[in-house]
Unconditional design. Structure first.
Length: 204
């Protein structure tokens, strides 16, 4: 069964990601429920599926927020990422992906620290993209429109309550690339989309 929006919001707040904007309003990041969830579980576990995007029907469903991110460690077994999203910054540690799941710990840090880490310590080039957060049918789709050296790549991710959860994908969602390491953000640092040549990454 899919998590109701409130449950999903609590889970994402625990992981430190920006609050979800829903028809009923904004979920507060300092929610007492988020703190209770964190104390009860002791760790985070991310379950998400990733797809390529077709067409442009998604563009009218949300406003994009500029994300800039880089990696202090891009080893697949343990990535350490610094990200700025709008005027906020986050430090994230992720484990290796198994199926559609992996461990994830994310903490908000001062924005100035995030900018300095990206400038001084992160692997280059940085990943730059606009993220569009689109709530649909009890799930939240995150569409990433990549910029810079990854211009032309557009992917959609949806976070799930459990690995076997059934989803009803919108028409603008194309081929699934969940297990394809080429589409991992950490991989795009070393092998940006612009260097793929005639790779048919956007065709289905």
């Amino acid at each position: 069964m899919a998590a109701v929006p409130e449950e999903r919001a609590v889970r994402r707040v625990f992981w430190g990601k920006p609050p979800l904007r829903r028809p009923g309003g904004m979920v507060a990041e300092d929610s007492m429920y988020a703190r209770a969830y964190a104390e009860a579980t002791g760790m985070g576990r991310e379950i998400e599926r990733k797809f390529l995007v077709v067409g442009g029907a998604w563009r009218d469903l949300a406003e994009g927020v500029l994300y800039r991110q880089g990696y202090l460690n891009s080893a697949k077994e343990r990535t350490v990422r610094v990200r700025t999203a709008g005027n906020r910054a986050f430090l994230t540690v992720k484990g290796i992906t198994t199926g559609a799941a992996r461990m994830e710990y994310e903490y908000e840090i001062p924005f100035a620290d995030g900018e300095e880490l990206l400038r001084e310590l992160a692997e280059k080039p940085l990943i730059e993209k606009k993220r569009y957060t689109i709530p649909l049918q009890g799930l939240v789709w995150e569409v990433d429109e990549f910029l810079g050296e990854n211009l032309g790549l557009i992917v959609a991710e949806v976070e799930l309550a459990e690995e076997g959860q059934t989803i009803d994908a919108p028409a603008w969602v194309g081929r699934e690339v969940t297990g394809d390491p080429r589409y991992f953000n950490s991989h795009l640092v070393a092998y940006p989309f612009s260097a793929w040549g005639r790779e048919p990454a956007g065709q289905f």
